[in-house]
Design a protein around this ligand. Structure first.
Ligand SMILES: [Ca+2]
Length: 235
């Protein structure tokens, strides 16, 4: 009998210790996909150790060379199916924001955005905007994503891809790439999140291009002193 009591005590202490260690973890985690996982700790965003196989209520485990996430509700997210909107935020204060993408961008708007971004206009074939109050001042901004990378021929070598925020009459550049050669990995808005739940949103941009898993590059931008700065990117 005494033996069982000792074992029970050891089990209880072990469980409590685990709970304690877990509650001491003050990090916030954002899992964009199985190979892009970020952690906010000591006022900095970092890339998580990808060998870590569990994260609080999530198990992250490999199977047949892919990663899967298993949540509390026993939902399985397959690594291959994980596109931006299924990103998982864990602990801390972080929300994933829903938004609509508007593809009805007028030529006047496009010309204005390109001109303010010092882009020599040479056609476009992808233009979209997201209207959201991303800085919590009660007024809606437009986040434009414009590129001409799939334009065939006759552009005089002016290829570009930009992500720009229009905030009233100012244009704030997030990402810009220009090239004399065609490229297939334009910038794309993956995800908008609200870290700290302060109503000021962070913007996650990828440059994965048409084959979305080829480069797997993601960068998160946040508003600092009125401009968007890089907070973290995966390596
Ligand atoms: Ca605003």
């Amino acid at each position: 009998m005494k033996k069982y009591i000792i074992i029970a005590v050891i089990v209880v202490v072990y469980v409590l210790f685990g709970v304690l260690i877990n509650s001491m973890d003050s990090s916030t985690y954002l899992i964009i996909n199985p190979s892009v996982r970020w952690q906010y700790r000591s006022n900095k965003w970092l890339n998580m150790d990808l060998s870590k196989r569990s994260l609080g209520k999530f198990n992250i485990y490999g199977e047949d060379g892919t990663y899967k996430f298993k949540t509390d509700n026993n939902e399985i997210y397959n690594g291959k199916d994980l596109l931006s909107k299924t990103a998982i935020a864990y602990k801390g204060k972080i929300s994933i924001i829903d938004y609509d993408v508007n593809y009805n961008v007028t030529d006047t708007e496009i010309n204005e955005v390109l001109s303010k971004s010092n882009i020599k206009k040479s056609g476009y074939n992808n233009a979209s905007k997201i209207n959201l109050d991303i800085d919590n001042d009660g007024k809606v901004e437009s986040i434009y994503s414009i590129n001409n990378v799939f334009e065939i021929g006759g552009l005089g070598g002016n290829y570009y891809s930009i992500i720009v925020v229009k905030d009233e009459n100012t244009y704030k550049l997030i990402s810009k790439k220009t090239s004399n050669e065609p490229f297939t990995n334009p910038y794309n808005i993956s995800l908008i999140v609200d870290f700290k739940n302060d109503g000021i949103y962070e913007i996650i941009v990828d440059s994965n291009g048409i084959s979305r898993d080829s480069n797997n590059l993601y960068t998160m931008y946040g508003l600092e002193k009125g401009n968007y700065v890089e907070l973290v990117k995966n390596k």
